[in-house]
Design a protein around this ligand. Structure first.
Ligand SMILES: NC(=O)c1ccc[n+]([C@@H]2O[C@H](COP(=O)([O-])OP(=O)(O)OC[C@H]3O[C@@H](n4cnc5c(N)ncnc54)[C@H](O)[C@@H]3O)[C@@H](O)[C@H]2O)c1
Length: 285
């Protein structure tokens, strides 16, 4: 019960990583304000919680919604101890030579500005709370190319840097700020924006689940609970000497080239060695 008596706020709480984190924090004693635009999902979560979880409708692209969310959460017990700025979606999928200014701005608002405003409106309620901790969801897409569309990747890199600079600003108040970079995690995010019938989304989610089991050195798909465990660690006193940094929870996805860990995928040196072997065999014959 690491979070007994703590007040926590989680955005993007109705699904995936946010939902698993709400359940983890509430399961270890926090009272959690679960915020999302998905009212049915958010209310269902709260209804099964024996009063440990309150749902608050909040669109994180609307600063007024975020401010209201933080005010409601703080009113419960005079402040906020833990904030997990997690809500996002894939954003505009266009490449850099096609993206519109509007698509770029929409993605930045949803993925990056939402986190900045989450910090902005939470901090007044976190000052003076012992062990106050803010955790932000970044991504492996913040660390390199090829994991996501470009606007999302740039916005997530912004989340990573925001977490560092906010940590320096907020150290004077004893508020820690860290980020998590999830790898390939089995959630609805990959199909949420697809314009296809529900049964096709279900099929696509099944394909994605199979792909995710083989995407990285750890030979299973990443689960929302893998990230929730990291959230709980960064929210807890166990990480009290960590601020302005990030945890990479990716099953090894970013370690390096696939041939380094997948024997079915030969790399350049395997090809050269095979050539050398063939040449030797030819000479010997
Ligand atoms: N799943 C992955 O592989 C992965 C990898 C790296 C980072 N992430 C990040 O993890 C976070 C959670 O994503 P997930 O994978 O759990 O996806 P998800 O689609 O399962 O959950 C996202 C939740 O955010 C909510 N949401 C979307 N827009 C919102 C808005 N404007 N205001 C409030 N809530 C909103 C959705 O309703 C949904 O409940 C996101 O920041 C995402 O970018 C996910």
């Amino acid at each position: 019960m690491r979070f007994a008596g703590k007040i926590a706020v989680v955005t993007g709480a109705a699904s995936g990583i946010g939902k698993a984190s709400v359940l983890k924090l509430a399961g270890e004693g926090a009272h959690v304000f679960a915020a999302d635009i998905d009212e049915a999902g958010g209310r269902a979560l709260a209804e099964q919680s024996n009063g440990k979880i309150d749902f608050v409708r909040c669109d994180v692209t609307k600063p007024a919604d975020i401010e209201a969310l933080m005010n409601v959460a703080a009113a419960k017990a005079g402040g906020i101890d833990i904030v997990f700025n997690n809500a996002a979606a894939g954003g505009d999928r266009a490449p850099i030579d096609e993206i519109t200014p509007e698509g770029w701005d929409r993605t930045m608002d949803l993925v990056l500005k939402s986190v900045a405003m989450g910090i902005r409106y939470a901090v007044p309620h976190m000052k003076g709370r012992k062990g106050a901790s803010i955790v932000n969801t970044a991504s492996v897409a913040a660390l390199g190319a090829g994991y996501s569309p470009i606007a999302y990747a740039v916005a997530k890199a912004g989340v990573l840097h925001l977490s560092k600079v906010a940590a320096t600003d907020l150290a004077q108040y004893g508020i820690r700020v860290n980020a998590i970079c999830p790898g390939f995690i089995n959630t609805n995010i990959f199909t949420a924006s697809l314009d296809v019938p529900g049964e096709l989304k279900t099929q696509a989610n099944e394909v994605i689940a199979q792909m995710s089991a083989n995407a990285q050195p750890v030979a299973r798909g990443g689960q929302p609970e893998d990230i929730a465990n990291a959230v709980a660690y960064l929210a807890s006193e166990e990480s009290s000497f960590m601020t302005g940094t990030h945890l990479l929870v990716d099953g090894g996805l970013t370690i390096g080239q696939r041939h380094a860990w997948d024997k079915e995928t030969p790399g350049m040196f395997d090809a050269l060695l095979a050539m050398e072997e063939a040449a030797k065999a030819g000479a010997a014959a």
